[in-house]
Design a protein around this ligand. Sequence first.
Ligand SMILES: [Zn+2]
Length: 228
Amino acid sequence: MSILSDLKELLLPRLCPVCGKLLMQGEDVMCAFCAIQLPRHRITAIDDNLLLRIIWDKADVRRATTFLAYNHFSPYHNLVIQFKFHGKSDLAFRLGTWAAMEAQRQGFWEGVEALVPVPLTWLRRFKRGYNQAEMIAQGMSEVTGLPVVNLLKRTKNRKPQSRLKGEARLKNAEDIYRATIPDEWRGKRLVLVDDVMTTGATLANCAIALQKEDKNAEICIFPLCYAG
Ligand SMILES: [Zn+2]
């Protein structure tokens, strides 16, 4: 096994997705330097912050936090590109564990009973081989011990949200999520997990779909990155 992994290393050297340098032994998904310099958001109030004030216009959400500041012009932007478009599901998982540890210090997990990933359409899920939001949630689950439950379905293939702006984005996201909640998950505090929050339309619509199905569901949101 170790000969195989040594051989793989030799043939396919592992590179840091941020700076492009060769990863050293013991460095997991990025180099230590880039890991230390991660552009973190450092949310201090989980029940009143920028993310909540954006989403409160649209949906009833109890708590919010995030881990990274997403900036299109920063080399860290490549982290999202790698786990979304280049098959690096392990990177999404690892970032999920780091995000969960930070949130633990904020008391974010208190009373939470399950993690609910924002879904992809079945076609996109099939093409990518995984849902990156679910991989992030699996990473969070490793730290918190919380179950990952798929309560949402994306019902229609519409234009990708990244190509739309403002109102058009909110309109596009309306009614495309549907929740099915078994009795064991009713009336619970659930955390919606996604990769990047921009206008909050996707997370708001997922929260609305969950509460339409169960008015006693208490929704919290945890996008890995916030593009504010
Ligand atoms: Zn690096």
